[in-house]
Design a protein around this ligand. Structure first.
Ligand SMILES: Nc1ncnc2c1ncn2[C@@H]1O[C@H](COP(=O)(O)OP(=O)(O)OP(=O)(O)O)[C@@H](O)[C@H]1O
Ligand SMILES: [Mg+2]
Length: 226
């Protein structure tokens, strides 16, 4: 049996739970409701890769000006500004997604990955595409994951969840791995939890772990299980 190649996630404490990181290549889903830290996680994943010389690509689906993204990221101490636009390329897909043409979106992503030769790719959030594609969304996801697997890259798709859901099921089926961020109200305090729900080829830790969002590390997993 061959050992899977792994890349470090960049998230403090996470690789201990996943036999050393994300399988390479793979497509991962990071799911969570608003404000749980998906974008923070994604930025840390990219900057950790960029720090070790990997080419990275961040695709946003939200029509947010790239400038805004850079301002968001700049608040974190782990961010080395020299990576902006060089080791990490930023690209806004908002308008293209509004047009609702699945094939065009797939080709666009393919072209960006090809021209950057990215080893780490983020699409944040992928679920917005579902709002515009409607009935062709499932086929789109299937095609997207298959295309991404042809590239030598780890792709992180972030997914917004509906109330009562832990993750968007249609993305979770297609992905090689699923990590969930969620908050729960306990003793009047909001606590944040992370859980590795699925990771193909990996004997990952199960159950929920507390995590914190800090200026220094972005997201970090706390050692205690609760
Ligand atoms: N410097 C910081 N220190 C502590 N917490 C922070 C810091 N910066 C941001 N946060 C927390 O992180 C949250 C935002 O995280 P982020 O934008 O990554 O979430 P998200 O899941 O991408 O949200 P959305 O679904 O809205 O895109 C904020 O709501 C805030 O609680
Ligand atoms: Mg976000």
């Amino acid at each position: 049996m061959y050992a899977l190649n792994r890349v470090p996630s960049g998230i403090v404490g996470l690789d201990d739970m996943t036999e050393g990181g994300f399988p390479f290549p793979s497509v991962m889903l990071l799911a969570g409701s608003a404000g749980t830290g998906k974008t923070t996680f994604a930025q840390k994943f990219l900057f950790a890769g960029a720090d070790s010389g990997e080419r990275c690509l961040y695709l946003t689906t939200l029509s947010e000006p790239t400038q805004w993204m850079l301002r968001f990221a700049s608040q974190f101490e782990f961010v080395d500004k020299r990576h902006f636009g060089t080791t990490i390329k930023y690209c806004d897909m908002g308008q293209m997604i509004r047009d609702g043409d699945a094939e065009k979106i797939l080709n666009f992503i393919d072209e960006r990955v090809a021209e950057t030769m990215a080893q780490r790719v983020v699409i944040d959030p992928i679920t917005v595409v579902g709002d515009f594609l409607k009935s062709s969304y499932r086929v789109f996801l299937f095609d997207l994951v298959n295309r991404l697997k042809n590239w030598q890259a780890v792709t992180l798709l972030t997914g917004e969840v509906k109330p009562g859901e832990l993750y968007p099921p249609e993305v979770a089926y297609a992905a090689d791995g699923v990590i969930v961020l969620y908050m729960s109200e306990e003793d009047g305090a909001r606590r944040k939890y992370i859980e590795v729900v699925k990771l193909r080829g990996t004997n990952h830790v199960t159950g929920k772990f507390s995590y914190d969002i800090t200026r220094k590390e972005g997201i970090m997993i706390l050692k205690s299980k609760f």
